[in-house]
Ligand binder design. Structure first.
Ligand code: ADP
Length: 675
């Protein structure tokens, strides 16, 4: 069932359907194949490009965040410079302020008051100076190393300070004095372990010193960097927290000891420590950060899972982190890898747009091809259907006629060749049918002739039989004269001979048909042969009172002419022809003309009888054939005489023909070879 359905769909019963479907299938398959290959190529190309792009994008993003971090580090560096300069300015300002105050006092009282009074005035005015910071001060020390004035450390007054050292072992006061040996003023820095401001760990302290030459003094002011640091750090943190870049990117900042400074894009105010394991995810990431900066002093990348802002599902993130060494700050920024996916998605959309237009183009080409195919197929169908139509009409009409197919009207060579064959077939059929028709007619005729023959035969047999029987009965009659008896016996003999002749004829035709009749040629003296015939027929016609016929034989045959022939059969032929001549002639003449040629003897037997219609002259030589001669009353005969004669002449090596005109007479001419 399924097989049948498939074969019906795939191989339709109609040539035109088959052709159209095949063409459509081939076209659609080819177009789809080419289209498919193109689209696959496009997709492969896209995949290659998008891989390239995604790598490029990754590199680009990595560079991008690195640049952001580097920018921020640069910003911190500059701010740090400014920050430090500010501290320097602060201490320098303090010292300058004190110096100018001292100088003013000195200038005012020099020579008026004693040196000690002036010194006391200077110290008093300096101690009353006000500063921004709580622990700020200006101290006075002697260039020989003994303390003069320390506002918060009065015990230093008069004390030799040369031994005072910072945590690194630098002699603080000695360094100051050494500096002022070559310059009037200058900056120095130390790491101081403890001081009045209750710092618990070593801290950087910046100092500015300026020589006051009038008393061999110098003024100085020192500031812990740390006192200014929180403000500076907060400023940096605030600025960094404002940095944003694409797809919600931000910069983070942690202290190396685990304190977050800027976290999730905001300044961190709490007291979380990223070193603690309780901060599970953050701790893990922080440890990665530490690892990176430990191995890469100039910064490096690391990958991890992180929640996007306003998102609860973690995504893969790549961050760049670098250490700001001076303060041990970790500055970093990252991007989510799925941003690449977003860009790939955008490209995919573009590819799909491209593919859509490719598919549309392919479909348009397909439609165009199908359209063109449609035109070609319909043109072909028209031409080939017209050829078929001609063939159908030809075959239908050829049932009734022999019309030929007009080859020049056919469109295709194949049909033309078939047409030629069909025309030959028709011609052959016409010939065969005509032959058959003739045969049929012959058979019918032969049938009819046989019936006529039988009728004639019965007549031909019955007539002499009746005569024989009648005369036999008459012979029994009493008182018959001898003369009558003789007449009756002659009649009986005559009719007996007729019957015998008839039987001979029948036997002859049977032998001829069975090819059993043989010819026995012997020397015959032609003149003698003709004389016998002449005598026989002259006597016969004399005895026939119903005939008024002049009988004559013309021949110039010498007595010594000897021919080789079957005398009996030749005589039989002549008897047949003369018998017919007498039978169909009532009055007039019967002439026998014999002519000798080199090899042949010609016989012409001419009568003035009823003649034979021209359309029947050929047929009378057929067996059982008797011509239709109008008012001819049944004259008797079997229709065998001429058929036998014709065959005998042929067997003797000659031929016979007739010339006749209805009502005027007939001439039967035949010739035979002399030997
Ligand atoms: P039969 O004479 O026994 O009928 P034949 O074969 O001798 O048969 O002759 C065939 C027919 O030819 C005759 O029946 C007659 O119609 C025609 N025919 C033959 N000879 C003559 C003739 N001399 N004149 C006219 N018709 C003839």
């Amino acid at each position: 069932m399924f097989k049948v359905l498939i074969s019906k769909i795939v191989i339709p019963s109609n040539i035109s359907d088959y052709l159209s479907r095949t063409l459509v299938v081939i076209t659609v398959a080819t177009t789809l194949l080419i289209g498919g290959v193109l689209i696959i190529q496009q997709t492969l190309y896209y995949n290659k490009i998008s891989k390239q792009k995604s790598n490029e994008y990754l590199e680009y993003q990595k560079t991008y965040i690195q640049d952001i971090v580097k920018n921020e580090l640069e910003y911190i560096r500059i701010q740090n410079e400014i920050f430090k300069q500010n501290i320097n300015e602060e201490v320098r300002n303090n010292v300058t302020q004190a110096y100018l105050t001292a100088e003013t006092i000195y200038q005012k009282y020099a020579g008026i008051k004693s040196e000690d009074e002036i010194k006391a005035l200077i110290i008093a005015s300096i101690s009353s100076l006000k500063f921004d910071m709580e622990y700020e001060e200006v101290f006075i020390s002697s260039l020989n190393g003994s303390g003069v004035y320390y506002s918060r450390r009065p015990e230093f007054t008069g004390k030799n300070m040369l031994q005072f050292k910072d945590v690194n072992g630098s002699s603080v006061v000695l360094d100051e004095i050494n500096l002022l040996k070559s310059k009037d003023e200058g900056f120095l820095s130390f790491i101081i372990n403890s001081d009045l401001n209750s710092k618990t760990s070593p801290n950087k302290k910046i100092s500015f010193v300026k020589k006051f030459g009038h008393f061999n003094w110098y003024f100085g002011s020192k500031q812990y960097v740390e006192d200014y640091f929180p403000k500076f750090r907060d400023e940096i943190a605030r600025k960094i927290s404002t940095v944003r870049f694409k797809y919600g990117g931000y910069v983070f900042m942690n202290s190396i000891n685990g304190s977050p400074i800027v976290m999730d894009g905001a300044v961190y105010k709490g007291n979380m420590n990223l070193m603690e394991k309780t901060e599970n995810i953050r701790n893990k990431v922080f440890l990665q950060e530490l690892d990176v900066v430990k191995n890469n002093p100039d910064g490096g990348y690391f990958y991890y899972q992180w929640n996007k802002m306003n998102d609860t599902i973690p995504s893969e993130k790549c961050s760049y982190v670098q250490l700001y060494k001076e303060y041990n700050w970790l500055i970093g920024a990252g991007f989510y890898l799925d941003e690449i996916n977003q860009s790939i998605k955008d490209q995919k959309m573009k590819l799909w747009e491209d593919q859509k237009s490719s598919i549309l183009t392919i479909l348009l080409i397909l439609i165009l091809l199908l359209f063109i195919e449609g035109i070609i197929i319909s043109g072909f169908n028209k031409r080939y259907k017209s050829d078929f139509e001609r063939f159908f009409n030809f075959f239908y009409s050829s049932q009734n006629n022999y019309n030929q197919l007009n080859i020049s009207e056919l469109n295709f060579d194949e049909f033309r060749r078939a047409g030629i064959a069909a025309n030959e077939m028709i011609m052959l059929r016409e010939e065969t049918e005509k032959k058959l028709h003739q045969e049929h007619r012959k058979a019918m005729e032969s049938d009819r002739l046989k019936s006529a023959f039988l009728a004639n035969m019965s007549h031909e047999i019955r007539t002499p039989m009746n005569a024989i029987l009648g005369f036999s009965e008459l012979l029994e009659t009493d008182n018959l004269s001898e003369k009558d008896k003789l007449v009756f016996v002659k009649q009986i003999q005559k009719n007996g001979n007729m019957l015998l002749n008839l039987i001979h004829d029948i036997m002859d035709i049977s032998k001829i048909e069975a090819n059993l009749l043989s010819i026995r040629k012997r020397p015959v003296i032609l003149s003698k042969f003709m004389e016998d015939i002449s005598n026989h027929y002259a006597e016969l016609l004399t005895s026939r009172k119903d005939k008024d016929i002049l009988f004559k034989i013309n021949h110039e045959v010498n007595h010594d002419v000897l021919i080789q022939t079957d005398e009996i059969r030749l005589r039989q032929v002549i008897d047949n022809l003369l018998g017919n001549a007498i039978k169909f002639t009532t009055s007039g003449s019967i002439l026998v003309d014999v002519k000798l040629e080199a090899d042949m003897i010609h016989f012409n037997i001419t009568d003035t009888g009823i003649g034979i219609p021209s359309d029947q002259q050929a047929a009378i030589f057929e067996r059982f054939m008797q011509a239709d001669q109008g008012d001819k009353i049944n004259i008797g005969g079997t229709g065998l005489g001429l058929a036998i004669s014709k065959n005998l002449i042929q067997l003797l090596g000659g031929s016979i023909q007739v010339k006749s005109e209805s009502g005027k007479g007939s001439t039967f001419s035949f010739y035979i070879p002399k030997g």
